[in-house]
Design a binder for this molecule. Structure first.
Ligand code: SF4
Ligand code: SF4
Ligand code: SF4
Ligand code: FES
Length: 747
């Protein structure tokens, strides 16, 4: 530790602190412009200049390390004068368009100008009039407003690890752009917008829609994947305008992905349903809420009386909060009298490795998942291990992934070749034996895997036996995929069997959309006497329902989600669209069935503490649950991955821009990726005479669907990939995750 004085205040800080960090600890404000706590010190703007008593040279607080007995002054007359000149020089070429700049009211340059008391710029220079760039679908770039702080370049490089943008040109011509003005080779995460201190990089989804001072901010958790990112919902009235980040809170350190930042528009969608519907003469007709609930309750009572309680099943979506899932389980068990609710979520895997474990790991294996697409913030933790911690990363996946810049070695090929490679890894054979040795010798080895790939669990459990120190991270897909399992959801295999053999006559489906879930899409629900569905949208499953009730999204309710790290975080209601929550539907239904269940998330949370042993002492404000194991069960060694006959190997890909039904209703995401596309290698596309956008039929096990082609150079020759969770794609994966398919050019 080092002791020093900042403006006369004595402070003790770790010896690797900068003067800026020491000042923060001492409660002394030093203005900054190019500094961002998530990024390496850069020292570009000189706004944070300070003086040390006895040292004639001024120093930048953000880059200068502390030293024992320093006596730092942060606000002398000389410093005030120099800071004012620094800001004045920044304003020489800066267009003073504050009234029409989208950053107005939250611009660091505006704030600094006010803070230093600058009222007039002495130098006369005409700002350039460069056209505003709209080539990125989510980012508006106005180079004239840029102050060259480098924050965007650094976050794209140091955190996102994409290097999509850089400083280009030299001297007075320096600007932020892409090499040779190429289109942005970009993940659309918007991290660069979030760090830009001025209106040079703007969020196009929010552009000119509202002013920041009108917006109410509510801390919450993103509801779009299992990463559990802490976010800020910015609303006015019942409209959600923007997703903000909170770098000081949450395990995501303020980082968000494209889906989390730009995919929220479905909440405001005019396509959301507003009325309940009950099927009459084969058609869903508008009904009031009570009528819908009574219809469900009466049908449940009569089916139960005729066929017994187990003929009624409750299925919950991993988008329900813990509190809602807990209540749904009570509805199933205590009110209806079944064995419990079901969820389409794996039960064999529990959280073990945290993001901090991964970021500080010294060897990482990524097993058969494109983690940067499936769970972008988990992907950032893996990238940080490789980039900041210089851990060797080994990726086993059919194609090259965005981790390619930081990996030690990747094992790509057909799904069968990837399985053969993972077999050699766990059996310590071939060149993969060296990877096993690295993992064994590491102090903090980590493996990331996809718990939805049942066959992969053999590799994961074998690797854990070989490397006892290995910590596992199961990449769970949805916001509360872990929580619904913790709240008691049963393995849905039994549910599927019951629907197939017609012993289940009634299905109450809270938010789930099995018609687009892999392994479920081909299941006929026609034999059900009652299919009741709640969903914010008329989903593919809702269309088949006998009773449908529109419900609130995660932005419109209170509760909690448990992330893939096993972190329990509160979800807070930011707006109201006048729709019931699933908890309210559960409570109303329980009452009509003669039971009593609360719809209040606080009461439900108290019950969770009492009745769910894992959550007895849970801290719902970001605490980690301590799970008893990471992976459990006896798994069979898979013979091979692919099934069936065909010319190409198909595998399910993940999409950073979509995760199932909600985000397909977000128009700006849909502009970039609106429909499922078949990714194919340039060599295969040429051999089949297919260009980007061409139509191609994909046939497997008697099912044929048509998709548009997207030629992707990272796809391995002989393989094609389709995203999961689209109605047409989920059905293609009915016979396994790796069907062999035959392609046919259309038209
Ligand atoms: S959106 Fe993300 S990937 Fe694209 S330039 Fe900005 S930081 Fe880089
Ligand atoms: S675009 Fe914004 S973040 Fe990037 S260098 Fe310019 S001012 Fe800084
Ligand atoms: S990584 Fe997942 S939780 Fe985080 S912002 Fe993206 S979709 Fe939301
Ligand atoms: S904030 Fe320190 S040099 Fe820019």
């Amino acid at each position: 530790m080092v002791t020093l004085k900042i403006d006369g205040i004595q402070v003790e800080v770790p010896k690797d602190y900068t003067i800026l960090q020491a000042a923060e600890k001492a409660g002394v404000h030093i203005p900054v412009l190019c500094h961002d706590a998530r990024l390496n010190p850069f020292g570009a703007c000189r706004v944070c200049l300070i003086e040390a008593v006895g040292n004639p040279r001024m120093m930048t607080a953000c880059t200068t390390p502390v030293a024992p007995d320093m006596d730092i002054l942060t606000n002398t007359e000389k410093l005030q004068r120099i800071r004012k000149t620094v800001i004045e020089l920044l304003l020489v070429n800066h267009p003073l368009e504050c009234p029409v700049c989208d950053k107005g009211g939250e611009c660091t340059l505006q704030d600094l100008t006010y803070e230093v008391g600058l009222t007039k710029v002495r130098f006369d220079a005409k700002p350039a009039d460069t056209p505003v760039d709209h080539t990125n679908p989510f980012i508006e770039r106005d180079v004239d407003r840029c102050v060259l702080c480098g924050r965007c370049v650094r976050i794209c490089d140091e955190v996102v690890n994409i290097q999509a943008i850089s400083f280009i040109n030299r001297g007075m011509e320096t600007m932020i752009g892409t090499a040779f003005d190429q289109p942005w080779n970009c993940e659309f995460c918007g991290q660069c917008i979030s760090v830009c201190p001025v209106g040079s990089l703007n969020n196009r989804v929010y552009l000119f829609k509202n002013r920041p001072w009108n917006l109410e901010k509510t801390d919450s958790v993103c509801g779009l994947c299992g990463c559990g990112c802490y976010i800020e919902l910015e609303t006015e009235g019942s409209e959600l305008y923007r997703m903000g980040e909170l770098p000081e809170k949450g395990a995501n350190h303020g980082n968000l992905c494209a889906k989390g930042r730009f995919g929220f528009e479905f909440v405001n969608s005019v396509k959301r349903e507003t009325s309940a519907k009950v099927k009459s003469a084969g058609e869903l007709a508008v009904a009031d809420f009570d009528q819908a609930v009574v219809t469900i309750a009466e049908k449940v009572k009569s089916i139960k009386a005729q066929h017994g309680a187990d003929s009624v099943a409750v299925l919950v979506s991993p988008r329900l909060t813990n509190e809602e899932a807990f209540l749904a389980n009570k509805l199933a068990k205590e009110v209806i009298g079944t064995g419990g609710m079901f969820a389409l979520e794996p039960h064999t895997s529990l959280p073990e490795a945290t993001y901090a474990d991964i970021e500080t790991s010294d060897a990482v294996a990524v097993l058969n998942i494109d983690v940067t697409e499936a769970n972008p913030i988990l992907g950032l933790a893996v990238r940080a291990a490789g980039r900041k911690n210089e851990a060797p990363l080994y990726v086993f996946y059919p194609s090259e992934t965005a981790l390619k810049r930081v990996i030690e070695k990747q094992f790509t090929g057909t799904p069968d070749e990837v399985y053969a490679s993972m077999t050699r890894l766990v059996e310590g054979q071939g060149e993969e034996a060296a990877v096993l040795e690295v993992l064994k010798k590491a102090e903090k080895p980590v493996a990331v895997y996809n718990p939805y790939n049942k066959a992969d669990l053999w590799f994961v459990s074998e690797l854990k036996k070989q490397v006892p120190a290995l910590k596992l991270a199961a990449a769970r897909a949805k916001a509360n995929s872990q929580g619904v399992v913790d709240m008691g959801a049963l393995d849905a295999a039994k549910l599927k069997e019951g629907i197939q053999n017609k012993t289940i006559k009634a299905l109450i489906c809270f938010g789930e959309n099995p018609a687009v879930r892999t392994g479920w899409a081909d299941l006929s629900l026609d034999s059900l006497e009652l299919l009741a569905v709640t969903d914010p949208f008329m989903s593919e499953t809702a269309k088949k329902a006998s009773v449908y009730i529109p419900v609130a999204t995660y932005a419109e309710k209170d509760g909690s989600f448990t992330s893939l790290e096993g972190r329990v975080q509160s979800v807070n209601k930011a707006l109201c669209k006048g729709l019931k929550t699933d908890a309210e539907v559960i409570s109303a239904l329980a009452e009509r069935l003669g039971g009593r269940l609360t719809s209040c998330s606080c009461e439900a949370r108290e019950l969770i503490r009492k009745e769910v042993p894992l959550y007895k002492d849970a801290d719902f404000d970001g605490g980690l649950i301590s799970y008893p194991y990471a992976v459990k069960g006896e798994f069979e060694k898979p013979a091979k991955a692919a099934a069936g006959e065909g010319t190409h190997y198909l595998y399910p890909s993940s999409l950073r821009l979509h995760s199932g039904s909600y985000t397909r209703w977000s128009p700006d995401l849909a502009k970039v990726y609106g429909e499922a596309k078949l990714e194919i290698s340039p060599a295969d596309a040429e051999a089949l005479g297919l260009g980007d956008g061409a139509a191609v039929s994909v046939s497997a096990a008697g099912i044929t669907k048509t998709f548009k082609v997207h030629v992707e150079k990272h796809i391995t020759k002989g393989c094609v990939a389709l995203p999961e969770d689209y109605a047409d794609t989920a059905v293609i994966f009915s016979n396994g995750r790796y069907p062999k398919v035959t392609l046919g050019k259309k038209g």
